[in-house]
Design a binder for this molecule. Structure first.
Ligand code: PGA
Length: 334
C-alpha cells in the first residue's frame, strides 16, 4: 500500500516538475530574447560545472562565457548557478533551464538533420563518441571523408570505453566507435577494422628476443595498465582471469600515450593496441614481445542502439568507414 502511495506521490511530483519545466520553456520562448548560442554556452557550463572548461570546449574566452550566462540570468530574473567554495552548482532555475536547453538544442540538431536529409545533401552535424585508442586512426578517416563532404560538421568525443557505453545507452551520439562491445541485445554493431593488441616493451628489454613467452612468465614483469573503464584494460584483465593469474600492476596511467612514454622510460611493460605504437616500433624505441596468445586480433565496431534512425550524414560516414576504411589506412588494419 505504501509502495502505491509513494508511486502516486512520485507521479504527482513528476507532473509538477514537468509542468514547471513546460512553463519555463513557454515563458522562455514567449517572453525572453534568448539565443541558441546562449543556451549552448549555458549547457556546456552546466554539464562541465565550470566556466573555464566550457570556454575551452567552445574555443571562447572565459569572460565571454560568463557574460552570456549573466545575460541569461538577467532575462530569467533568477540566478542560474550558485557558488559553493570554488565550485558552481545549478540552482533550481538552473536545473530547469538545463533540461530545457538540452531539449531545445537536440530538437534544433534533429531539425537540421531532417532538413538536410530531405534535401538529400550530406551536410550538417555528425556526433560521434570514440574510445581513446581509436584516436590513432579515426581522425585520418574523418579527414578524407571531410574532403569529400566539406559541409559536414563533425563533433567528436574521445573518451574511455566506460563513458562511451554510457553515451551509447543514452542515445547521445549518431553512433560510437569501440573495440569491446557490451553484451546487450539492443545494440547494432558493424565491424570494420582490425585492432591488434600486443605486449609492448622497451626495445632493449631482456625478454625482447625470447620466443613463446608464457603468460605466467610475463606475470613476473612490472606491469603498467590503463585506468579503470578502459577497453584495453578490460581485454587484458579478461585474459588474466582466463589464465587464473593475478598481478599487482606497478602503475596505472590514464592514456595509451602516457603508457607508451612510461614504457620507453623503462618503468615497465603493457598491453597496448599496435595502432598506438606504430611510430615507436618503426624507429626501434619499442618492441612487441612474443607472448603466447599474442598478438590478439580484435575488431573495431561502429555501434548504435537498435532502431535508431541514422541521419544521412551518419549513414554516409558509417558506409565510408566500413567500405573504405582499409584502403585509406593501409594493410596494418586488415
Ligand atoms: P580504450 O578502449 O581506449 O578505452 O582502452 C579500447 C577498446 O575499446 O578496444
Amino acid at each position: 500500500m505504501s509502495g502505491w502511495k509513494n508511486y502516486s506521490l512520485n507521479k504527482s511530483f513528476k507532473k509538477i516538475t514537468f509542468c514547471y519545466k513546460l512553463d519555463l520553456l513557454l515563458f522562455m520562448v514567449t517572453r525572453m530574447h534568448l539565443t541558441l548560442q546562449q543556451l549552448k554556452l549555458f549547457e556546456a557550463v552546466s554539464r562541465l560545472g565550470s566556466y573555464t572548461r566550457a570556454a575551452e570546449e567552445l574555443f571562447l574566452t572565459q569572460p565571454a562565457v560568463s557574460i552570456q550566462v549573466k545575460r541569461l540570468e538577467d532575462q530569467t530574473g533568477l540566478p542560474l548557478f550558485e557558488k559553493v567554495g570554488k565550485k558552481i552548482f545549478p540552482t533550481a532555475a538552473g536545473k530547469a533551464m538545463y533540461a530545457a536547453s538540452l531539449d531545445i538544442l537536440n530538437r534544433v540538431d534533429d531539425l537540421k538533420k531532417s532538413i538536410e536529409d530531405l534535401k538529400g545533401t550530406v551536410k550538417g552535424p555528425l556526433q560521434l563518441s570514440v574510445v581513446t585508442t581509436a584516436k590513432y586512426f579515426l581522425p585520418k578517416l574523418l579527414g578524407v571523408f571531410l574532403q569529400r563532404y566539406p559541409d559536414v560538421e563533425p563533433k567528436l568525443k574521445f573518451t574511455n570505453r566506460a563513458r562511451v557505453i554510457e553515451r551509447l545507452m543514452n542515445n547521445d551520439d549518431d553512433f560510437v566507435v569501440m573495440g569491446q562491445i557490451p553484451k546487450d541485445d539492443n545494440l547494432e554493431a558493424h565491424p570494420f577494422l582490425t585492432n591488434i593488441l600486443g605486449v609492448i616493451a622497451p626495445a632493449d628489454h631482456p625478454l625482447a628476443n625470447k620466443k613463446e613467452i608464457t603468460i605466467e612468465e610475463l606475470a613476473q614483469e612490472r606491469f603498467l595498465i590503463r585506468e579503470a573503464g578502459s577497453g584495453t584494460r578490460y581485454v587484458f584483465e579478461k585474459l588474466l582471469k582466463e589464465h587464473e593469474i593475478e598481478i599487482e600492476p606497478y602503475m596505472e596511467l590514464g592514456s595509451s600515450e602516457a603508457l607508451k612514454q612510461a614504457i620507453m622510460a623503462g618503468l615497465g611493460i603493457a598491453v597496448l593496441s599496435l595502432h598506438s605504437v606504430q611510430l615507436e616500433l618503426e624507429v626501434n624505441k619499442l618492441t612487441v614481445l612474443d607472448v603466447q596468445g599474442f598478438p590478439m586480433k580484435r575488431r573495431w565496431y561502429a555501434v548504435h542502439l537498435k532502431g535508431r534512425s541514422l541521419s544521412l550524414v551518419a549513414r554516409t560516414f558509417m558506409d565510408f568507414i566500413l567500405k573504405e576504411g582499409h584502403s585509406v589506412l593501409g594493410e596494418e588494419y586488415d
